[in-house]
Write a protein that binds this ligand. Structure first.
Ligand code: OKP
Ligand code: ZN
Length: 334
């Protein structure tokens, strides 16, 4: 299977993240990508398709912010990574602040996503990898893999969060739409709900979003991913959330995924984007499901049985020692 990775994706490396009331080492490390590459063999550098396919999903002011934030942060005299701490949640007004401290809060929904000087190039490379995999599939490949890192599914049209700056799954799905697929589906099987992806397509009837994830009653991102979120307006019924409890093993996960795949088949998608996270693995340091390495091949075979052209974009998975084997298992089943 053709796989894509841009070298710039390795260079975004925030030092620390807020965790349980203190600072901990950042979980979304460059070594994740190295481990996956070591396990799956050669990856190709994606062709640069420019900013237009990214701007088809993200707000231009947000893209400018991602590029400018590290410079503004430095000019404000800050030594460490750019991390937001003030958010315009209560009584939000349509302000256009210039101060970096305000801008970064305006464009973030949490404080876990530093904008390093390398964040833009890394996320841009990650988006280009997703686009390259999409175009490989549009050109006739049965499936292709984008080794996206940083991940993408928490990023919305004009905000970052959850280690994500650019929403690679959404960019891939939109590119498939723009290439002429009338209906596209996204299956998100990362441990966490992909609130950014859901948000981007929530009111649209042309892109189906189905997610199997840890119940947001107990898990990040808490405010989205509940079963009663089903889309709105033209998108009524084209969002499907399947939250599961801590301790979930293959049998229950597979059943929920089958529900998602049935809905996607009924929707009549011409192309499938899979947001794949290996943080559902039993030993993941920040998650609480119990899938095994071999389980990923089973889940992938079920997905392959849909017989849709399939773009896989990498999302989470933080047990670096097992990540390569978990991704290789998933791709083997596909
Ligand atoms: C990104 B992806 C903070 C716990 C939450 C953010 C998790 C982001 C996961 N101590 N941190 O969906 O794998
Ligand atoms: Zn995750």
């Amino acid at each position: 299977m053709r796989s894509f990775f841009h070298p710039a994706q390795a260079h975004h490396a925030p030092a620390r993240e807020l965790h349980n009331g203190g600072f901990a080492d950042y979980a979304e490390v460059p070594a994740r990508a190295a481990a996956i590459r070591a396990a799956i063999g050669a990856t190709q550098v994606p062709t640069d398709r420019g900013e237009a396919p990214i701007a088809a999903v993200h707000d231009p002011a947000y893209l400018a912010f991602l590029r400018d934030a590290p410079r503004l942060w430095r000019e404000a005299g800050r030594p460490g990574d750019a991390i937001p701490y003030a958010f315009p949640i209560v009584g939000r007004r349509p302000l256009a602040p210039a101060r970096i401290d305000a801008l970064i809060g305006l464009h973030s929904f949490d404080a876990t996503t530093p904008i390093t000087p390398e964040a833009w190039a890394a996320s841009y490379g990650s988006a280009q990898s997703a686009l390259a995999a999409t175009h490989a599939v549009l050109a006739g490949e049965r499936a292709a893999f984008a080794l996206c890192r940083p991940p993408g599914h928490h990023a919305g049209r004009d905000y970052c969060g959850g280690y994500c700056h650019l929403n690679t799954a959404a960019i891939a799905a939109q590119a498939a739409r723009d290439a002429g697929n009338a209906r596209v589906a996204i299956l998100d099987i990362d441990y966490h709900h992909g609130n950014g992806t859901q948000d981007i397509f929530y009111a649209r009837g042309d892109v189906f979003y189905a997610s199997v994830h840890a119940d947001p009653v107990s898990d990040y991102p808490f405010f989205w991913g509940h079963a009663d979120e089903r889309g709105k307006g033209a998108g009524e019924g084209t969002t499907l959330n399947l939250p599961l409890p801590h301790g979930t093993r293959l049998h229950a996960f597979r059943r929920a995924q089958a529900t998602a795949l049935d809905a996607i088949a009924r929707f009549g998608a011409g192309l499938l984007v899979v947001s794949f996270g290996a943080d559902t693995w039993e030993g993941d340091p920040i998650s609480h499901f119990a899938l095994t390495t071999a389980d990923y091949a089973v889940l992938a075979r079920d997905i392959a049985a849909l017989a849709l052209p399939t773009v896989v974009v990498m999302e989470g998975g933080y047990a670096v020692e097992a990540l390569g084997a978990n991704v290789a298992s998933f791709l083997s089943g596909l």
